[in-house]
Design a protein around this ligand. Structure first.
Ligand code: HEC
Ligand code: HEC
Ligand code: HEC
Ligand code: HEC
Ligand code: HEC
Ligand code: HEC
Ligand code: HEC
Ligand code: HEC
Length: 449
């Protein structure tokens, strides 16, 4: 009887507990080892003189309070492919590295690292930069000026990759003879490290404070999710949610414990709330693909994740399950009538885009079959417009619809979409009628798309 009673007490306690700290115990796995060694203290002492800013930021981090120091993250085994020695440890048997890959974080945060490793952030983001020949041609031949005479192999040809693509997407880090990085570091969210670690945790938790507060704020995501081809931060800031963030965000509570950040701490969701954070009975995920249905970034409009995404990219796919999870986010603050109407609008907008896209694709294929396309797509008005149709205006229309940004859904989106489409139609009809490519292509790259 006493046994039963205490069992009941535990049950009641754990139910109450899970109400206040939902999923905390279930969802994460944290490994802690405390205390600074003599070696660890040395790093801190010398670096507080040599790089005081770093030590100051680290001191303000929760990890410093929990006893995690420079030594835990920067000391690597002698046989690590990225083992070097900083000035202060030269000649000792301690090896350090300025690079810290998710493999190091995974030692203490296995749950976050495992989820993150399944995301397209980690697995796919650096693929265009590292692996895709077409992108290499764009980066180095066109943007890098080879077509205009900059010699192949000249460092200027990789300048756009190094200042642009790589800083958002990440690339493969190359090492010099002293095993310190010479190219690709520091890099974006999909950085490929010499120790085999993939992805960059500090893309959202900047060093050396590593705060969850920062990661919960939309501006952090907006560093990459910005601009004419994926204006997610712009869309967010013009949405009702973003307006509430701008109006009252300063007063919201940003530093609640992991998985215990709930409505009340904030009035409206941020990027993190919808795509990552625990809310209600949804648990936090470090896989930003988990709550998605459509693929809104590629050409095809009717691509449902996990249904018709490439089979070799499992990280793209959640589809119907993703939709269910996303609706659970909304259910915390909206009625199902509101939420269902919202997703109906989104789905119709995606299907409208897809209608235009399918027609544009058919025209492209027809011109190709008839030999009426130029070999260089960037000096062919039709092909340039095709690019803007899906990559800029079509994506803006869809993402504007997905995240309540009416100006992007409309003026920067569908309004321009039908115009681009009409221009494509006009060029198509000309080429078919005269069976030749028009002589002077208008310079479409300067078109305001
Ligand atoms: C929780 C892990 C962690 C701790 C603790 C930590 N660092 Fe770092 N540090 C990082 C990460 C991650 C980076 C960025 C590495 C990357 O992009 O590959 C970094 C970068 C650096 C860099 C290069 C940055 C630059 O801008 O040149 C230095 C130097 C450095 N850390 C020193 C320190 C010192 C000194 C301490 C202790 C006071 C410390 N770190 C504590 C993870 C850590
Ligand atoms: C006696 C002083 C001293 C000690 C002790 C020391 N460092 Fe350094 N460390 C430096 C200096 C100086 C630099 C170079 C800063 C620069 O390049 O401007 C440096 C650079 C670094 C870098 C950047 C990458 C590089 O190799 O230049 C990292 C990471 C680093 N130290 C980590 C550590 C760690 C971890 C420890 C403890 C095991 C440690 N340091 C101990 C003085 C020290
Ligand atoms: C040696 C173990 C260890 C390593 C390695 C480690 N962490 Fe931590 N981390 C901790 C501990 C302990 C805490 C504190 C947990 C707490 O206070 O609830 C923590 C907390 C955090 C937090 C929450 C901070 C907050 O504001 O609440 C973040 C984010 C984080 N770590 C990121 C990282 C990243 C990124 C790396 C790799 C660059 C890393 N950690 C490496 C042990 C570690
Ligand atoms: C350092 C740059 C960077 C930051 C910061 C960043 N992202 Fe991304 N994000 C990317 C890139 C690059 C991709 C495209 C990955 C690919 O190749 O599919 C992406 C893709 C995504 C996707 C689509 C995922 C999929 O499976 O197709 C979502 C959703 C997303 N990010 C949300 C976020 C959120 C939310 C934040 C902030 C908490 C954030 N991102 C921060 C660069 C970033
Ligand atoms: C400002 C940050 C940023 C820069 C610079 C950038 N991208 Fe992206 N890129 C992103 C984000 C964010 C996404 C995800 C877009 C979405 O979900 O709509 C993305 C998506 C992509 C995709 C589609 C995802 C995939 O894996 O198929 C490709 C390809 C791509 N970018 C290539 C490039 C190349 C090549 C460059 C340089 C010539 C570049 N990007 C420059 C942020 C950036
Ligand atoms: C795309 C942005 C992004 C990246 C990249 C990212 N995080 Fe996070 N992280 C977040 C957000 C947002 C939260 C806060 C979730 C919430 O609201 O509780 C978080 C929370 C955490 C926490 C607190 C505990 C928890 O799970 O909520 C830890 C620890 C952590 N991250 C570690 C990591 C590690 C380790 C990596 C790399 C393997 C990483 N993060 C990469 C956005 C990111
Ligand atoms: C109110 C919730 C909400 C907020 C806030 C939000 N998103 Fe989204 N996001 C969505 C929904 C819903 C979709 C479309 C999901 C689908 O396909 O059904 C989406 C789609 C995306 C995509 C497109 C992925 C693809 O398929 O290419 C990216 C990238 C993205 N969001 C990033 C962000 C960023 C960055 C922020 C903040 C600046 C943000 N989101 C804010 C709900 C939100
Ligand atoms: C933390 C609470 C919260 C969450 C979660 C949330 N919203 Fe909202 N949402 C609000 C508030 C508050 C408003 C402002 C209502 C007003 O205009 O008076 C709002 C406004 C909106 C609007 C503008 C139209 C209107 O009602 O005024 C849309 C559309 C919207 N939300 C969609 C969504 C979708 C879709 C989701 C889930 C993906 C979601 N919201 C999640 C709080 C939330």
């Amino acid at each position: 009887m006493r046994y039963l009673l205490s069992l009941l007490a535990v049950l009641v306690w754990s139910m109450a507990y899970s109400q206040y700290y939902p999923n905390l115990a279930k969802s994460t796995n944290l490994v802690i080892k405390r205390g600074y060694s003599k070696e660890a203290l040395q790093c801190i002492e010398c670096h507080s003189k040599k790089t005081p800013g770093i030590v100051q930021q680290w001191k303000e981090s929760r990890m410093a309070h929990a006893g995690v120091s420079c030594y835990d993250c920067h000391v690597v085994p002698k046989d690590s492919p990225m083992a070097s020695q900083c000035e202060g440890v030269k000649g000792t048997n301690i090896y350090t590295s300025p690079m810290v890959s998710p493999k190091t974080c995974a030692k203490c945060h296995p749950t976050e690292a495992e989820e993150f490793s399944k995301s397209s952030h980690a697995r796919l983001a650096s693929r265009p930069v590292v692996e895709l020949a077409k992108m290499k041609k764009l980066m180095e031949y066109f943007e890098g000026g080879q077509f205009a005479g900059v010699p192949k192999g000249d460092p200027r040809t990789t300048a756009t990759r190094r200042t642009g693509c790589q800083m958002c997407h990440g690339t493969k880090v190359k090492l010099g003879p002293d095993k310190k990085p010479v190219d690709g570091w520091p890099g974006g969210i999909g950085t490929r490290y010499p120790d085999g670690g993939i992805g960059n945790c500090v893309s959202c938790h900047y060093r050396h404070k590593f705060s969850i507060e920062q990661a919960r704020k939309p501006d952090t995501c907006g560093r990459c999710h910005i601009g004419p081809d994926h204006p997610d931060i712009e869309i967010y800031l013009e949405s009702a949610h973003g307006q509430l963030y701008l109006a009252h965000g300063e007063k919201w509570k940003w530093d609640s414990a992991p998985d215990a950040w709930e409505p009340g701490d904030y009035e409206a969701p941020t990027c993190a709330t919808c795509h990552m954070s625990g809310i209600g009975d949804l648990k936090t995920t470090h896989n930003v693909g988990e709550r998605l249905y459509w693929d809104l970034m590629h050409k095809n409009g009717d691509t449902i994740r996990g249904v018709n995404t490439p089979k070799d990219q499992p990280e793209r796919g959640y589809g119907p399950r993703g939709r269910k999870l996303m609706k659970k986010v909304c259910a915390n603050c909206h009625s199902s009538t509101h939420t269902e109407a919202f997703f109906k609008k989104l789905d119709d907008a995606v299907k409208l885009y897809d209608y235009y896209y399918d027609k544009a694709e058919a025209m492209l294929q027809d011109l190709k079959k008839r030999g009426l396309l130029k070999k260089d797509p960037w000096s062919d008005a039709f092909q340039e417009l095709y690019y803007y149709l899906w990559h800029h205006v079509g994506r803006r229309a869809r993402q504007g619809a997905a995240m309540d940004g009416p100006d992007y859904a409309h003026w920067h989106g569908f309004f321009q979409l039908f115009q681009v489409f009409k221009d494509m139609q006009a060029i198509y009809e000309y080429r078919i009628k005269h069976n030749k490519i028009e002589e002077l292509s208008p310079v479409m790259s300067s078109a305001p798309y």
